[in-house]
Design a binder for this molecule. Structure first.
Ligand code: MD3
Ligand code: FE
Length: 214
């Protein structure tokens, strides 16, 4: 049965809309490797709160791994090969990270996903992300793969216009969502994170988004 959860919270792919596929618990078995990998990235490229082009700090902290990393400052949003804070290239995207994202994309029907960027968002209770589109990538025919870890979040799933109604979808530890095709440019966001704590991870949520940036 497609909607049956097993003991580990895993279930088969579920279509959220045209081109958007939710895989509950898909990354749970990779938890330890993912957390270790995030900690390793953060030692080389620390989490920081980027400034919006309007000059306000974002509430989620961010870092990146891969050949390209997403940055925001007074000059706008873009991808950069080097971390502006350290001047060094972003840490490498490990094979384990890449393989997980490529396999999820393949199961969702995207055979040729070649991610070169992994943006890692860190939310503490109260942090949010307002409704936006992801359109800084060159090839919008490639999907974005999202991996959620730690505290659960209310994901706001909108339409093609900012003012379209939004649906609320809870994203839990280990959930993976592939956003491509007709869903690639839909508006989306994250409601303020509720307080709580997650065994082994603490009072935080990580979201990794794998992208073809350049
Ligand atoms: C739908 N991150 O980093 S993941 C982002 O949980 C971002 O941190 C949120 O939105 C987070 O840009 C949401 C779900 C997500 C990610 C990328 C998408 C949904 C998307 C790109 C296109 C359409
Ligand atoms: Fe986004």
């Amino acid at each position: 049965m497609a909607d049956t959860l097993d003991l580990f919270g895993q279930s088969g792919p579920e279509a959220l809309s045209d081109g958007a596929v939710l895989m509950r618990g898909f990354a749970v078995s990779e938890t330890d490797a993912l957390i270790t990998g995030i900690e390793s990235v953060a030692t080389q490229a620390p989490f920081r709160r980027l400034m919006t082009p309007g000059g306000k700090p974002m509430s989620a902290a961010m870092t990146n791994c891969g050949a390209a990393g997403w940055v925001s400052d007074r000059r706008g949003y873009r991808y950069e090969a080097c971390d502006p804070q350290t001047g060094r290239p972003w840490p490498e995207m490990s094979d384990g990270f890449r393989d997980l994202a490529v396999e999820a994309a393949r199961l969702a029907g995207f055979e040729d996903f070649t991610p070169d960027a992994c943006l890692i968002n860190l939310y503490e209770p109260g942090a949010r992300m307002s409704l936006h589109q992801d359109r800084d990538e060159t090839d919008l025919s490639q999907p974005i793969v999202s991996v959620s870890l730690g505290l659960e979040a209310v994901f706001l799933w909108g339409g093609m216009a900012r003012t379209d109604p939004t649906q609320k979808i809870i994203l839990r530890h280990g959930d993976v969502v592939v956003f491509g095709g007709a869903s690639r440019l839909r508006f989306h966001g994250i409601a303020p994170l509720k307080p709580g704590r997650c065994p082994g991870i603490g009072a935080r949520r990580y979201n990794l988004t794998f992208r073809r940036a350049i």
